[in-house]
Ligand binder design. Structure first.
Ligand code: PLP
Ligand SMILES: N[C@@H](CCSC[C@H](N)C(=O)O)C(=O)O
Length: 380
């Protein structure tokens, strides 16, 4: 089955008892057991739920994994993944990650004795040099949030394998439509499914996928033990959203290309961060490992122009945290999504106070551009 067909017909796309083509929402918290002490397929909905299982099967298929796991948020999926490891274990982690992941690492996981070395994932030598005797995994995003930096998954996974450590990729920005890290050598993928996978800004969810049976067994154990599972209603809503991922991504891409073209020509715009630009540092690697470059764009205004006034002047594009929804969203990472990173570390990692991040939606591109233009003209 090809990708778009899989989106629609993958998972348990037909209910075994009724033939319903949309997986039913099984709201039951528990399931009747016919035999005491038997091994029922379903016993309790934290342990396993048919609606959630359909979604988990679908994401495993899309990412070429053998097992998928659905969580109450992307952060919960990331937390469960790090919970595979133990006190004293060391991780090499990308320097540009979502602010909440930085917070989880620094304010939570470190308290439990996990150790981290932060590295620019674009520098393969630095990645290898950061590996220590107690390193267990390399964790990174590509493209990153919010600088759109590109890490070479195949090369990093090869370094990891050479040293006997795991590769964990946050595939939120690319989605399996644009990039499939397990096929490039990664061991675990995590997603904030709140973003492109859900696609309609109406569900908070997280997913993890692996192709390693031992990790899968442990993740199932942790998912049940920690209990931050995705409920059946949200599982259904997410799978419903995912059916149109391919169709949405094509329009997101078309619109992003038009917006990039506009931004490049506009006199108010300074630096643009977008892997589709030929002179962007990660362009060649992105072209090699991604189907297309995606619809996340970060940019700076020319020196002296007021970023606050610009984002507050937009009328169609929402000033809001999150990304990947059908509606265009804009934000200032330093104040919003990456506000939990101390300013000096943020600046050191390249996230300027004035950086603006745009998630290009699937409205008519003329309207998105007209809105950007009118807000930019207010700066004159
Ligand atoms: C790249 C990335 N990973 C993980 C997360 C966490 O996901 P969630 O908000 O669903 O917990 C986010 C955003 O929140 C993100 O942008
Ligand atoms: N205020 C939230 C931040 C949510 S950011 C959501 C998303 N990852 C994005 O990058 O837009 C928090 O502090 O967790």
């Amino acid at each position: 089955m090809k990708f778009n067909t899989q989106l629609i017909h993958g998972g348990n796309s037909e209910d075994p008892t009724t033939g319903a083509v949309s997986t039913p929402i099984y709201r039951s918290s528990t399931f009747h057991q016919h035999v005491l002490g038997g091994e029922p397929k379903w016993e309790y909905s934290r342990t396993g739920n048919p609606t959630r299982a359909s979604l988990e099967k679908l994401i495993a298929e899309l990412e070429h994994g053998t097992a998928g796991f659905a969580f109450a948020s992307g952060s919960a999926a990331i937390h469960a993944t790090f919970s595979l490891f133990s006190q004293g274990d060391h991780f090499v982690v990308g320097s540009d990650v979502y602010g909440g992941t930085f917070r989880l690492i620094n304010k939570v996981l470190k308290r439990f004795g996990l150790e981290f070395t932060v590295v620019d994932m674009q520098d393969l030598k630095a990645v290898e040099n950061a590996i220590q005797d107690n390193t267990v995994a390399i964790y990174f995003e590509t493209p990153t949030n919010p600088l759109l930096q590109i890490a070479d998954i195949k090369e990093i996974a090869a370094i990891a394998k050479k040293h006997g450590v795991k590769t964990i990729v946050d595939n939120t920005f690319a989605t399996p439509y644009n990039q499939q890290p397990l096929t490039l050598g990664a061991d675990i993928i995590v997603h904030s499914a709140t973003k492109y996978l859900g696609g309609h800004s109406d569900v908070v969810a997280g997913l993890a996928v692996t192709n390693d049976n031992e990790i899968a067994e442990q993740l199932a154990f942790l998912q049940n033990s920690i209990g931050s599972t995705l409920g059946p209603d949200d599982s259904w809503l997410l799978q419903r959203g995912m059916k149109t991922l391919g169709a949405r991504m094509r329009v997101h891409q078309e619109n992003a290309t038009a917006v990039i073209d506009f931004l490049q020509k506009d006199e108010h715009i300074g630096k643009i961060y977008y892997p589709g630009l030929k002179n962007f540092p990660g362009h060649d690697v992105a072209a090699k490992q991604m189907r297309n470059f995606g619809a996340m764009i970060s940019f700076e205004l020319k020196d002296g122009l007021d970023a606050k006034k610009f984002v507050e002047s937009l009328q169609l594009i929402d000033l809001a945290e999150s990304l990947g929804g059908i509606e265009s969203l804009i934000e200032v990472p330093a104040v919003m999504t990456h506000g939990s990173i101390p300013r000096e570390i943020r600046l050191q990692n390249g996230i300027k106070d004035e950086l603006i991040r745009l998630s290009v939606g699937i409205e008519d591109s003329e309207d998105i551009i007209a809105d950007l233009q009118q807000a930019l003209e207010k700066l004159d």
